[in-house]
Write a protein that binds this ligand. Structure first.
Ligand SMILES: C[S@@+](CC[C@H](N)C(=O)[O-])C[C@H]1O[C@@H](n2cnc3c(N)ncnc32)[C@H](O)[C@@H]1O
Length: 248
């Protein structure tokens, strides 16, 4: 993908690489009725791992943190070491499309803002295979949150995120893929802004200057600016939904 290095440079400077916050991670985890004492957790598309660190703290489990960008895994492990959590976290540089874990071994599979890269339905199906019987899956997915979104919003989202659906449509998919929904909630706007869009805006102001005259970089940065502006104007119409479910 052209300009990927500039996306990584931007994202590595952020607290996380997608909307979310520790409060939402905790809320989702706490909705699991009886988590095992030291669960084995797979965090798919962990990025720099804000949620991985939080999960390590609240679950006291062992986490395989999977991402296909080594730069993110290095940031995660530096932070884990600083907090004394590194023994609980094993980084794996691997594509989620090529996961070679034994089937049925995970107590919990987690994925914030990343499962869509496999396609939501396909991702659920793959996680179902990896989970133990009665295991739990927690995932955030982009959804429409209001009826009749304006044409500008639909055009943008369908181009960037063709799989986007409503919450009831996703719940139907969850049931069809052999899960029982336990809880779901919409991430608040603060989870988009505080750890993601505001840091992006701050970082872009430096990067746009640093890469003056570099058309590829400027196109990447303009894409991020457009994304932030769209959300600031139309956040009523779309958002991230946290879905927590149990393998049935
Ligand atoms: C939107 S970010 C979410 C990161 C993190 N979960 C968060 O919420 O901050 C998506 C992550 O998926 C990773 N990713 C993209 N394609 C991948 C693939 N095929 N296999 C594994 N990870 C992938 C990216 O490197 C990135 O870290």
């Amino acid at each position: 993908m052209e300009g990927l290095e500039y996306i990584y440079e931007l994202c590595e400077a952020l607290p996380r690489s997608g909307p979310g916050d520790n409060e939402c991670t905790r809320r989702a985890y706490n909705s699991i009725p009886h988590p095992k004492q030291h669960p084995l957790i797979l965090d798919i598309g962990c990025g720099q791992g804000m949620q991985t660190i939080e999960l390590a703290k609240i679950s006291d489990g062992n986490i395989i943190a999977l991402d296909n960008h080594q730069g993110f895994l290095d940031i995660l492990m530096r932070q884990a070491e600083r907090r004394g959590l590194d023994e609980q976290i094993t980084p794996r540089n691997m594509s989620m499309l090529d996961m070679d874990f034994e089937e049925g071994i995970f107590d919990i599979v987690w994925s914030e803002g990343a499962l869509y890269l496999m396609g939501f339905q396909n991702g659920l199906n793959r996680c179902h295979q990896l989970l133990k019987d009665k295991g739990y899956l927690a995932v955030t997915e982009l959804v429409y949150t209001a009826d009749e979104p304006p044409e500008t919003v639909v055009e943008y989202l369908v181009a960037e995120y063709p799989d986007i659906k409503t919450v009831p449509e996703n719940i139907e998919t969850i049931n069809n893929e052999g899960f029982n929904l336990i809880s779901n909630f919409t991430l608040p706007e603060s989870a988009w802004l505080n750890n993601y869009y505001i840091p992006i805006e701050n970082e872009l102001s430096h990067l746009i200057k640093r890469y003056q005259g570099n058309e590829v970089a400027q196109a990447v940065f303009a894409g991020f600016k457009q994304e932030v502006e769209l959300y600031r104007k139309y956040s009523k119409y779309y958002g991230y939904e946290f879905f927590v479910m149990q393998k049935s």
